[in-house]
Design a protein around this ligand. Structure first.
Ligand code: OAD
Length: 262
């Protein structure tokens, strides 16, 4: 797909007014950003929720009913993510994070591909959790299972209280992690953003739209990178109807070269 008309070029030609070093940016990503690393999306073509029922795999009730089935699905996803590599979209966002002083990446993705591409932890919020964290469903014990899985154990038990361990992700019907929401809110409260980039998400959840809209300064830009239209598209100052791995490297390079040009 092509860059939607020459509007983006026009948009970018105004960037010389903003020194990237001083610009505030918010980047919001979703499953589409990892799609080109071979990780299925949820609602897209071949997305998980096209063939699987989230009520049976991604709710506290599903876990209570059949924790073994839920673990089977999460182990398979962990395996797939471990075998995947960050793509140019992850790399471009990491580059942006390294060049811009004030940037926050809010990702709905539970994979570790942003981190592996080099996005620093302190500039990233995983708002739906981390698939490689295993936490107790009863006490506050948790561990990282980044390197290995307890493959031989159907449903792991907490070494502290013997409760059932579960993946450290947010399921339907659960609250978002309070500390992570606070980090996003703190960033928004600290000042408006010159650029808000939303890439690879259907923006299904109200808080994603809310953060994107609230973050943008009156004269700021809201750039959506997504081959498809979403509920956020109507609010975007620029719609880039391309894949993230194609559009983001170009977009970021243009940001950075403008900065160097100053
Ligand atoms: P979705 O699967 O809902 O949406 C993926 C979006 O990515 C769609 O809008 C696609 O058009 C777009 N897309 C696909 N390929 C792309 C590409 N190569 N480049 C850019 N965009 C592309 O995924 P999310 O919006 O992330 O939550 O879903 C949000 C949440 O719903 C997930 O975090 C997950 C899910 O249920 C939980 O598990 C709590």
């Amino acid at each position: 797909m092509r860059l939607v008309d020459c509007g983006l070029r026009k948009e970018l030609s105004t960037l010389h007014l903003v020194d990237l070093g001083n610009a505030r940016l918010l980047v919001i990503t979703g499953a589409g950003v990892s799609a080109e690393s071979g990780i299925p999306t949820f609602r897209g073509k071949d997305g998980y929720w096209r063939n699987l029922d989230p009520a049976k795999l991604a709710t506290p009730e599903a876990f209570a009913k059949d924790p073994g089935l839920v673990w089977q699905w999460y182990r398979e996803r962990r395996r797939r993510i471990r075998n995947a590599q960050p793509n140019p979209a992850h790399q471009a966002i990491a580059k942006l994070a390294q060049h811009a002083q004030e940037v926050l990446l809010v990702t709905q993705n539970v994979d570790d591909l942003h981190a592996r591409a080099g996005s620093p932890k302190e500039k990233m919020v995983q708002i739906h959790g981390d698939i490689f964290v295993t936490c107790c469903s009863r006490c506050d014990f948790q561990r990282s299972d980044l390197e290995h899985d307890y493959e031989d154990i159907d449903v792991p038990r907490c070494p502290r209280c013997e409760g059932l361990m579960r993946p450290g992700v947010v399921w339907f019907g659960e609250q978002l992690p309070r500390d992570e929401v606070r980090r996003v809110e703190n960033y928004l409260e600290a000042g408006p953003c010159d650029f808000v980039i939303v890439a690879g998400t259907t923006a299904t959840f109200g808080y994603i739209i809310d953060w994107a809209l609230r973050a943008r300064a009156n004269d700021g830009k809201l750039i959506e990178v997504n081959p498809e239209e979403t509920p956020l598209s109507q609010f975007a100052t620029q719609q880039v109807r391309e894949s993230a791995a194609i559009a983001l490297p170009r977009l970021v390079d243009q940001f950075i070269s403008r900065r160097n040009f100053l």
